[in-house]
Design a protein around this ligand. Structure first.
Ligand SMILES: [Fe+2]
Length: 299
């Protein structure tokens, strides 16, 4: 790693019930602005070479599907109408909602999507995971989901990579600096730390269930709203695509993004779906009340 400043940041880690765990200090090294400029130009040159082979490709970037088949089906219908040719996924295919098998089958089979592992994919497929620190409703969802999946489905989840480069961009669930820690990016400094390990101009992520865009500037990451944009050559972006199956930004509509490499267009999509039907499935599965209640509020 090149010369640069060190930053000491407070990392807020939360368990999968959304409860904050003890704050820990994390030291990250941020490369110098000059190193970033040189590295960025080289990565963009490589990216533009790859773009030539991606003519006609339209990517849908899905994340945090969380076993919500009603939301996933509406997203897929919309994506096809938008001309999407390829699907990728930033993790958490399962957990919380009541259609894990159906969602897994679509992601693995029909979509043949490049996918990274989310924390719920890991908790569910790792049977030695201690659930004592989990909130009761989160632990109940993990146990119930384990009972639904067969060995092959569990192995698929267990073997997903933590991060993955895909045709010019990168996928990760949480952050690139410590993907196995499942840290949440709520602050610019947390995004700055991830940028230090980003080897492509664009990286898509999820985990917070809140769509947002971080751009790397000479003074570190700056966030901006998740709005449609054309990516400029030279920009470095860490893009949260929001959640298909359990949005948490106060908007209950399913969220995903579309990226067109040839034109560098980025679009954020929000779609209404049959929330009542998804809630009914959760009730029938006997999962905790909190899990179906939150869907209608997007929290
Ligand atoms: Fe998630």
């Amino acid at each position: 790693m090149a010369k640069g400043r060190h930053i000491l940041r407070l990392a807020k880690h939360r368990n999968n019930g959304g409860e904050e765990l003890p704050v820990c200090h994390v030291v990250s090294r941020v490369p110098s602005a000059e190193f970033r400029r040189t590295q960025n130009l080289a990565q963009w040159a490589e990216f533009q070479e790859q773009e030539k082979t991606l003519a006609g490709k339209v990517f849908a970037v899905l994340g945090d599907i969380h076993a919500n088949i009603e939301a996933l089906n509406v997203v897929l219908d919309d994506a096809r109408k938008q001309g999407v040719t390829d699907f990728v996924c930033v993790g958490d295919v399962v957990g919380y909602n009541a259609s894990p098998k159906e969602c897994l089958e679509i992601v693995r089979g029909e979509l043949n999507a490049h996918c990274v592992q989310g924390n719920h994919d890991y908790y569910i497929s790792n049977l030695s995971m201690n659930l004592e620190d989990f909130s009761p409703h989160a632990a109940a969802a993990v146990k119930w989901t384990r009972e639904q999946l067969n060995d092959d489905e569990m192995a698929y989840l267990a073997n997903l990579p933590l991060k993955k480069p895909v045709m010019g961009f990168t996928l990760v669930h949480s952050t690139l600096d410590m993907p196995e820690r499942w840290g949440y990016v709520f602050e610019n400094d947390q995004a700055t730390s991830s940028f230090a390990f980003q080897k492509t101009p664009i990286c898509f992520h999820g985990h917070t269930h809140v769509p947002i865009v971080y751009e790397l500037t000479d003074t570190g990451a700056k966030h901006r709203p998740a709005e449609d944009m054309t990516v400029r050559v030279g920009q470095r972006l860490f893009i949260n695509v929001g959640s298909v199956g359990q949005p948490r930004d106060g908007d209950p509509r399913a969220s995903y993004a579309i990226y067109v490499p040839a034109t560098r267009e980025l679009k954020f999509r929000r779609l209404e779906y049959d929330v009542a039907a998804a809630q009914e499935r959760i009730k029938k599965a006997g999962l905790p009340e909190r899990l179906w209640q939150r869907l209608e509020f997007g929290r």
